[in-house]
Design a protein around this ligand. Structure first.
Ligand code: NAP
Length: 438
């Protein structure tokens, strides 16, 4: 039997994910060698603090603070430090030295993906990042490889476990946003500073990556329209529930024609109503899922743990074995194609349905006036329901109106809502939320 060659693996970072990656590399060395066709030797682990406690017991001599030297001697580099610098420079150095790179760094990819991909292409090495979107869920490789002979038309993702946990808590207990967030922090699902999660920035980075691979065009963070969940109230959740919907923070990427008939891609993150029977509505707690619509495959759904050291390490290991095989076979392969070159559409061009809650005066002709305003803006109403509120003496006090529209341009919907607000019979607009899956 021929002797397997040895590939040197440099690990940058030994936190939640890195420590589990190191453990698997050491514990499962035999299995990994079989799968990769080469021995994967952990040559060192770069960290900031050599004496910091680790989740996993690892040989002390593997640790170093000299990440640059470690990277220069490696065949494969796993970047799990996070942040932009020095991660970016170390990845570029690794690729220029001929090493394949595996990373979970969505923030870096969303900010500077094009530079990293260009360097990987120039150097003829693999750059892979399955762990960057939806943790353990194999989603980027299916989009990039399994669906490369199909045409993806739409992607809906629950790609942030923290916000899904918070919205699920609000839905199941009736809690306000602040209380659900505090519970998420108590259980370790949300960080002390939850801004990146609750304002949708983390999901937006992942949306940029999903859209880039799905539509073969490099989209950056600034192409993603982003609204978080901090303004979703318990009243919104209750009204949605009452109307048969659940609210989820969705990352959406879909191909559309703009008003001029040109094809583009709308990439956006916002709280979204989904019918309770939609498969994505069943994604509870901190779990993630990605729902794909493709021309020939039809509807596909991928579900699993979107974070956590060990689940995320599984995605890293898959990329590592694949990169090692590419070195053994001397065939780097392409990690993405960018021949699509479709523009990102502004939010006004997005096609969506709206749920609108209105507190209206109970007068004759109110419904007709509202319906006429919708018609004037070219927005067609799918459902209109009125609930009358009476006082103790059975006198009508006000009426609550709930409207769900058909899909229309976001700009037309927003203009309709503005016009409705101007009607003298409207006491208040209680909610305006986008709807998918109807
Ligand atoms: P983490 O627990 O904060 O660990 C970061 C590690 O990087 C630490 O070991 C730290 O060293 C090291 N490090 C940071 N800056 C460094 C520097 N300048 N030089 C050398 N070492 C440095 O992070 P994590 O949760 O494992 O996440 C790692 C990456 O995976 C991030 O890009 C994250 O977005 C991504 N990711 C994480 C998850 C998850 O569930 N955690 C899921 C998907 C993707 P010290 O220990 O010495 O401080």
């Amino acid at each position: 039997m021929t002797e397997l060659r040895t590939l040197k693996v440099a690990l940058l970072g030994c936190g939640n994910v890195g420590s589990q990656v190191a453990r698997i590399l050491l514990e499962d060395a035999g299995m990994l060698a079989d799968r990769a066709g080469a021995r994967l030797e952990l040559s060192g682990i770069a960290v900031r603090n050599l004496d910091a406690p680790r989740d996993v017991e690892l040989p002390h001599e593997l640790f170093t603070t000299d990440a640059e030297t470690l990277v220069k001697g490696a065949d494969l580099v796993i970047e799990l430090m996070g942040g932009i610098e020095p991660a970016r420079t170390l990845i570029l150095t690794a690729m220029r030295n001929g090493a394949c790179v595996v990373t979970g760094n969505k923030a870096l990819l969303a900010q500077d993906g094009p530079t990293l991909h260009e360097e990987a292409d120039k150097a003829g090495v693999q750059l892979s990042y399955e762990a960057a979107v939806a943790g353990a869920i194999p989603i980027l490789r299916p989009i990039r490889d399994s669906l490369s002979g199909d045409r993806i038309t739409r992607v809906l993702g629950i790609v942030n476990g923290t916000t899904n946990f918070i919205l699920d808590q609000m839905d199941s207990t009736g809690a306000q946003f602040a209380d659900a967030l505090a519970e998420a922090q108590r259980l370790g699902y949300a960080e002390a500073d939850p801004t990146a999660d609750v304002e949708g920035h983390d999901a937006a980075s992942k949306a940029a990556i999903l859209a880039s691979l799905s539509f073969h065009t490099r989209f950056a963070l600034e192409d993603v329209y982003c609204e978080g969940i901090s303004s979703v109230s318990a009243a919104d959740i209750a009204a949605a529930k009452d109307a048969g919907f659940v609210i989820k923070l969705l990352a959406i990427a879909e191909e559309l024609e703009d008003t001029g008939g040109n094809t583009g891609v709308s990439v956006r993150v916002h709280p979204t109503l989904l019918p309770r029977e939609h498969p994505m509505a069943a994604v509870r707690g901190a779990f993630n899922a990605v729902f794909i619509e493709a021309e020939n495959a039809g509807e596909l759904m991928f579900y699993g743990q979107g974070a956590g050291g060990t689940p995320t390490a599984s995605a890293v290991m898959g990329d590592l074995v694949s990169a090692a095989r590419s070195i053994v076979l001397d065939c780097p392969g392409r990690t993405e194609t960018t021949t699509g070159q479709v523009p990102a559409l502004p939010i006004g061009a997005a096609m969506t349905s709206y749920y609108i809650g209105l507190d209206v005066a109970d007068q004759p002709g109110v419904l007709a006036r509202i319906a006429q305003l919708f018609a004037e803006h070219g927005v067609s109403i799918e459902i209109m329901r009125q609930t009358i509120h009476r006082d103790a003496g059975s006198k009508v006090e006000s009426a609550e109106l709930r409207i769900v529209t058909h899909r229309a341009r976001e700009a037309a919907l927003a203009a309709t809502v503005e016009a409705v607000k101007g009607l003298d019979v409207i006491n208040s607009v209680t909610s305006v939320l986008r709807v998918e899956g109807v």
